[in-house]
Ligand binder design. Structure first.
Ligand SMILES: [Zn+2]
Length: 219
């Protein structure tokens, strides 16, 4: 699909603006993120396209429109902007956003371009490099990431993927501290259960008209 606009590719050739391709990339940037919308990013940027625009400029406009959408209620647009920026880097490095060269291939290309020292291929065999890549992928899969952070019953809930016991201990410490920390000012507080559960210090509890504290005996 195209809307008739012509774009200039990084290599200088002229093509019709492929809206489907652009749409897929923006969708991919929003994947698995709460509170973000691909069409919002496109709407924010759409009016700024013009004939003869370069693909690099389109990428820049999309990054800017995603970052313009970041606010307190929609913090996840920061990740949309970051992913779009990564796509852009990948495009200029490898010539495409889907193309992920094998580590050995990448080293070979860089040695041929005299960016890397050719000694690297003398010191390390293809087997060594393959082993390093496998190890790297194994380690990458272990990096934990937050999937959801929210407040529930006056306390913090922090959901994470691929966390170790050590991480869970830190999280559970922070969660238990959240029941003793005023939501308004960070001073020592207690959880109040009259109405919407909230953890407040004495001053903010009074301002909020709270009386009933959380009682362990109830559980
Ligand atoms: Zn307070």
């Amino acid at each position: 699909m195209s809307n008739g606009l012509k774009v200039k590719k990084r290599n200088g050739s002229i093509e019709s603006l492929d809206l489907d391709k652009m749409h897929l990339m923006v969708e991919e940037s929003c994947r698995n993120l709460a509170g973000v919308s691909a069409s919002q990013v496109e709407m924010q940027s759409g009016i700024q396209f013009y004939d003869g625009i370069t693909t690099a400029e389109i990428q820049e406009i999309l990054i800017r429109s995603a970052s313009d959408l970041i606010d307190l209620d929609h913090p996840n647009y920061q990740f949309v902007a970051a992913r779009l920026l990564l796509f852009s880097l990948r495009k200029s490095l490898y010539g495409g956003i889907d193309y992920n060269p094998h580590l050995y291939e990448h080293i070979l290309t860089c040695v041929n371009k005299e960016i890397y020292d050719e000694q690297i291929l003398v010191k390390y065999s293809k087997e060594d490099i393959d082993k390093a890549k496998a190890k790297f992928e194994e380690e990458t899969a272990k990096v934990p990431f937050a999937v959801q952070v929210k407040e529930k019953f006056g306390g913090l809930r922090f959901y994470v993927h691929a966390a170790t016991d050590k991480h869970y201990n830190y999280i559970s410490f922070a969660e238990s501290m959240s029941y003793r920390t005023c939501e308004e000012c960070g001073a020592p507080g207690k959880t109040y259960t009259d109405g919407w559960h909230k953890t407040l210090c004495d001053i903010h509890a009074e301002m909020d008209g709270r009386e009933q504290e959380y009682d362990d005996e109830d559980e």
